[in-house]
Every structure is written in structure tokens, then in C-alpha cells.
Design a protein around this ligand. Structure first.
Ligand SMILES: NC(=O)c1ccc[n+]([C@@H]2O[C@H](COP(=O)([O-])OP(=O)(O)OC[C@H]3O[C@@H](n4cnc5c(N)ncnc54)[C@H](O)[C@@H]3O)[C@@H](O)[C@H]2O)c1
Length: 356
């Protein structure tokens, strides 16, 4: 597996949204593989982000709004990438209700700008667009696993924006057959370096810092939790598929394959236990609806990409908790992330040897 990924060595990889949670892990992973990473983001989002304005200078970094076509185009022309990963987005469901216009323009226009630039200037360069597990028609809230052929449909501004990203991505492939576009529908990702509002792990960390009792909105909701490094591994394997397969367009679910679909309460209890804490409060003003069940079928990724999650549920919670503990003791977020990525490489190597 690690050998396969060495194809990224010395390749110019353009990442939008590289200053955010997953974009930063992707950047670190690719740097460790020896890729030449070029970033495009609008800002550093948080005080203890994986990259700060100093460490991000270890790569070629462009700053700008993804909605600014000319600025994005100039950056891409200068970068002349071999691969493009698109993560820049407004990624939060609740924010999308509070600011639908910003969500729609960032997510839809940003993706459209990128697709159009690729279509005109880099049509054969692999483009991997990260959408969401929320693109599937979940209106009936059924207990089922969505596969890539399930019907797409959104029910909040965020999910609608991501469905539209899916549709415009597949329509560009219809126009130019040599394009290599892939969409990736990922689950709720857990890992250090996420400080977003209204996501379970960052909310727990903030309540631990502020010594307040964490409030759970929906303790019994289930999600396809997946560890950030397993998710990044999936993205990179999708990138290789875009090079190796003759298909112009395809989509993959990268969700929890081996990890059971745990509830919010199970995640919470295990995470708090690592901090010797246990008090929680359950409170939901039901202002915005969130689906009770959500699960993904990642069989296609296993069969075609040979992807599987490497880190079991208990271990991913432990590693994530340790990331926050170390960073709260003032270790550099970037260095902790780099260390965990190197450990993950060892894990991949070990599994490669077992299954060789
Ligand atoms: N984290 C998850 O659990 C999850 C689950 C499913 C899908 N996703 C998707 O994965 C991608 C990354 O998510 P994340 O959790 O890392 O988000 P994040 O908020 O941590 O990072 C978003 C990145 O996009 C950049 N960005 C936002 N608006 C921009 C704009 N207008 N112009 C330029 N850059 C802009 C931010 O600066 C940041 O670098 C998103 O597309 C998101 O929808 C995330």
C-alpha cells in the first residue's frame, strides 16, 4: 500500500482548503510521502490549527477566496499541478442553516470555478472533490447503508450544496471525456486539529478546557465515524484510481468499514474517559433537524481501491484524545500531527507485511 502511494513522491499536488482540519492532515501526509504540496485557502481558521502562518510556509501557499475565479486560476496556472484535491468549503450543517447564501456560494461556486479551470487548462489532471456522506437521500431516515448508486438528495443547505457539487462534477465529465474527476463521500471524521463548532469532539474538548459540562444534542444518533488518517488514505487511493482507471468520472464512499456505527453517546463516553471525565448534559432545542441514522457502504472502496480502515474505534478515540492533550500542553499541533502520520505509515507497512 505504502509503495503504491509513493507515486505521489515529487508530484505537484494542489490542495484547496489545506489550512483546515482534513486539508492539513492531507498536506502533512503528502509531505511525508515526498510530494510537492501547493495550498490554496482563505485563512488559518483557529488559534491551534495544525498549520499556523509560519509552519504553512513550509509549502507553497496561495491565499484567496475559492469563489474568486481569477485568483484561483492564476494560482493554478503558476502551480501547474499533477493532482488536485478540493476540500475548501463551508462544511457545517448548522452554519448552513444560519448562513445558507455563504454556504451555497462557497461550496457550489467554488467547485464550479475549479471544475471550469480544470476543464479549460488541466483537463487530464486528476481532480478529487470531497463532498459528503450527507449527499444521499436520507429523507425517510431509514436504517440502511448508502452505496454509491443510492439516490442523491439534500435536506439542508449544506447537503443540497454538496449534491449540486456532485451533479456539476459528473456533468463536466460528460463534456470532456479525458477529464479525470472523482467525488468522495466521506463520513464524520474524527482526529486532532478539528476545532469546528457543533462537532462532537471539538465540543467536548472545549467543554473540558472551559470546565463546563458538555451538552449532547442527539446522544443516540449514529454516524459513520472514521479516523482522519484512514480517510486521508482513502482520498489518496482515489487519486491513484483517477490515474489508473479509464473512467472519466467516478464516486467512492470512504466511511467506517470495520468500525461499528457507534452513537454520539458512545463516542462521548469513550473520549471523556481518556480525560477522566464523565459528566454530560442532554439538551436539544430542536431548532434544526439532524438525521438520526447515517451509514455508508464502503465496499466499493475496499474492492476497487483495496482501502480499509486501519485504526479501530477505541484506538482512534485514544489517538485523537492524545492529540488534544499534547497540544493543550503546548506541543506544536504541526509536529504532533507529523508524528502521528509517521506512526500511521508504520502501521500501513506492518499490515502490508501481514497480507503480502
Ligand atoms: N470533517 C468532516 O467530518 C467532514 C465530513 C464530510 C465531508 N467533509 C468535507 O471535507 C472538506 C474539508 O472539511 P474540514 O472538516 O476539513 O473543514 P474545515 O472547515 O476544517 O476546512 C475548510 C477549509 O476550506 C477553506 N475555505 C473555506 N471557505 C473558503 C473560501 N471561500 N475560499 C477559500 N478557502 C475556503 C478554509 O480556510 C479551510 O482551509 C469539506 O469539503 C467538507 O464539506 C468533512
Amino acid at each position: 500500500m505504502l509503495n503504491k502511494l509513493k507515486l505521489y513522491k515529487n508530484k505537484k499536488v494542489f490542495i484547496t482548503g489545506n489550512s483546515g482540519f482534513k486539508g492539513a492532515w492531507l498536506t502533512v501526509f503528502l509531505k511525508e510521502l515526498g510530494a510537492d504540496v501547493i495550498g490554496y485557502s482563505d485563512k488559518i481558521k483557529w488559534e491551534k490549527s495544525i498549520f499556523d502562518y509560519n509552519t504553512i510556509n513550509s509549502i507553497k501557499q496561495y491565499w484567496g477566496d475559492i469563489r474568486d475565479y481569477k485568483n484561483l486560476e492564476n494560482a493554478m496556472l503558476e502551480a501547474n499541478p499533477d493532482f488536485v484535491f478540493h476540500l475548501a468549503a463551508q462544511p457545517l450543517v448548522i452554519d448552513s442553516y444560519e448562513n445558507p447564501f455563504d454556504t451555497f456560494t462557497t461550496n457550489i461556486n467554488g467547485t464550479l470555478n475549479l471544475l471550469d479551470i480544470m476543464y479549460k487548462k488541466f483537463s487530464s489532471v486528476p481532480l478529487i472533490i470531497i463532498t459528503s456522506d450527507k449527499v444521499y437521500d436520507n429523507c425517510n431516515n431509514e436504517i440502511k447503508k448508502f452505496s454509491e448508486t443510492s439516490v442523491l438528495n439534500g435536506n439542508c443547505p449544506y447537503s443540497i450544496s454538496k449534491v449540486i457539487c456532485e451533479l456539476i462534477s459528473s456533468s463536466y465529465f460528460g463534456i470532456r471525456k479525458n477529464m479525470r474527476v472523482r467525488t468522495v463521500r466521506g463520513g464524520n471524521v474524527i482526529g486532532g486539529g478539528d476545532w469546528s463548532k457543533n462537532r462532537i469532539v471539538p465540543d467536548l474538548v472545549k467543554s473540558l478546557i472551559n470546565q463546563t459540562t458538555p451538552i449532547l444534542r442527539n446522544p443516540n444518533h449514529t454516524r459513520p465515524w472514521s479516523y482522519v488518517l484512514d480517510t486521508i488514505l482513502g482520498y489518496l487511493l482515489v487519486g491513484l484510481d483517477a490515474v489508473n482507471s479509464k473512467k472519466s468520472f467516478d464516486s467512492f464512499n470512504i466511511g467506517s468499514l470495520d468500525n461499528e456505527n457507534k452513537t454520539v453517546l458512545e463516542v462521548t463516553k469513550l473520549f471523556l474517559k481518556t480525560f477522566d471525565a464523565k459528566n454530560i448534559k442532554i439538551e436539544n432545542n430542536n431548532k434544526y433537524s439532524e438525521k438520526k441514522y447515517l451509514n455508508l457502504d464502503a465496499t466499493k472502496a475496499r474492492n476497487i481501491l483495496s482501502w480499509s480502515s486501519m485504526v479501530k474505534f477505541d484506538e482512534l478515540i485514544l489517538q485523537t484524545a492524545n492529540w488534544y492533550k499534547r497540544v493543550l500542553k503546548n506541543e506544536s499541533p504541526y509536529h504532533v500531527t507529523k508524528e502521528l502520520t509517521k506512526d500511521y505509515f508504520k502501521l500501513i507497512n506492518k499490515k502490508d507485511r501481514i497480507y503480502a
